[in-house]
Ligand binder design. Structure first.
Ligand SMILES: *Cc1c(COP(=O)(O)O)cnc(C)c1O
Length: 355
């Protein structure tokens, strides 16, 4: 039996989207591809709420686009903000790509604080910063708007944001926020299968990339830009997924973006209320994620056993991640998940645990 996924990626994919992946192939240098590419790009511009900047499609998981930020935008020194496993990994990727960096780390469960970022950037040592918007390992949502307000003071510092588990679950307006790159993989709040990443890249970032040596080949922003002008990609893209993204963006607009954000907020609130009743939320209050709930396992339940029982009913949740693997468990409520799906899941958990 298929188990409905309440894990933070890959997420449950709607049958209409699975169908949309099954299109007959066409060449990536064909008119058909250019039409598809152009259509997806203009829908993504509408989604991001700006005609400014660039929209790139990366045929890789999100990590490829994270690496691209470092390769294209880190010249002098990177400030790597870390508040959990994924942001720590971005910090490790800087030296792996030959870039010098310092890590600004907080305790897991806490956010990276804008005033601390400000204090570090004031040193003048940095020309690039990496920040994870929604830290999927801890369920913390960093204060993006407040951080963006700080970043406005540092126009020469490239502002790179991993919104992997946030984008398409909460509104992100990169043009207004003054972000240089905001990226996400499609297997999280977009509700597509894995294998494609989407990024909005500022014109300022493209100009900076021209001055950065050894940008690599596959993720070179200048190559992506050059081909994008012809509605193509430098190498063969994941055509099936791009087609599915086209269909999914239409579904977003049919639902209405505001309705989509409200649906995600409502699910987060009901999951949080349930967790407060029976357990405890892991993140510091006020910084809880909208797309997934990371819950402290205060009752010491056996998450594996719970999942075995949920599996019989046709659902699966996630254990913790990294060093809090055994202390927490996670319930994702993103993409095409509906409030009634979540309600049914929480009802099953109540029944299994006799809460
Ligand atoms: C899932 C995730 C990643 C890694 O994404 P891949 O698509 O597996 O490369 C990075 N950052 C965050 C915040 C994530 O949730």
């Amino acid at each position: 039996m298929h188990k409905r996924l309440f894990i933070p990626g890959p997420v449950e994919v709607d049958p209409e989207i699975l169908q949309a992946c099954a299109v007959p192939m066409f060449g990536h240098r064909s008119k058909e591809y250019e039409t598809l590419h152009g259509a997806v790009k203009s829908k993504l511009r509408k989604f991001f709420g700006t005609e400014k900047g660039n929209v790139f499609l990366f045929t890789s998981s999100s990590t490829g686009a994270m690496e691209a930020c470092l390769r294209n935008l880190a010249g002098k020194r990177v400030l790597s903000c870390a508040c959990g496993a994924f942001s720590e990994r971005w910090g490790e990727m800087a030296p792996e790509n030959g870039k010098e960096n310092d890590v600004y780390a907080v305790e897991w469960g806490e956010p990276n604080r804008p005033e601390e970022i400000d204090r570090r950037l004031a040193s003048g040592k940095y020309d690039c910063i990496t920040l994870v918007y929604n830290e999927t390992s801890t369920g913390v949502m960093n204060p993006l708007a407040e951080t963006a307000a700080v970043m406005a003071k540092y126009p020469d510092v490239s502002f790179c944001v991993d919104a992997v588990s946030a984008m398409a679950g909460v509104p992100i307006e990169p043009g207004k926020l003054g972000i240089d790159v905001v990226l996400a993989g499609t297997q999280k709040a977009f509700g597509l299968p894995p294998g494609l990443a989407v990024a909005w890249v500022s014109d300022r970032a493209i100009e900076k990339a021209k001055k950065i040596p050894a940008r690599g080949h596959y993720f070179d922003f200048l190559q992506l830009k050059k081909y994008d002008e012809k509605n193509q990609t430098p190498e063969t893209p994941a055509i099936s997924l791009i087609h599915a993204l086209d269909v999914q963006l239409d579904r977003f607009f049919r639902e209405g973006l505001d309705a989509r954000w409200a649906r995600h907020r409502a699910m987060a609130e009901s999951c949080r209320a349930w967790a407060d009743r029976h357990f405890k939320m892991f993140p510091e209050k006020g910084y809880e994620s909208v797309t997934l709930s990371c819950i402290e396992n205060t009752r010491k339940i056996d998450v594996k056993k719970l999942n075995d029982e949920l599996g019989k009913r046709g659902a699966v949740i996630s254990d913790g991640y990294g060093k809090i693997k055994d202390r927490t468990f996670r319930i994702a409520h993103m993409a095409d998940t509906k409030p009634e799906d979540l309600k049914q899941l929480l009802g099953w958990i109540d029944e299994i645990l006799k809460l």
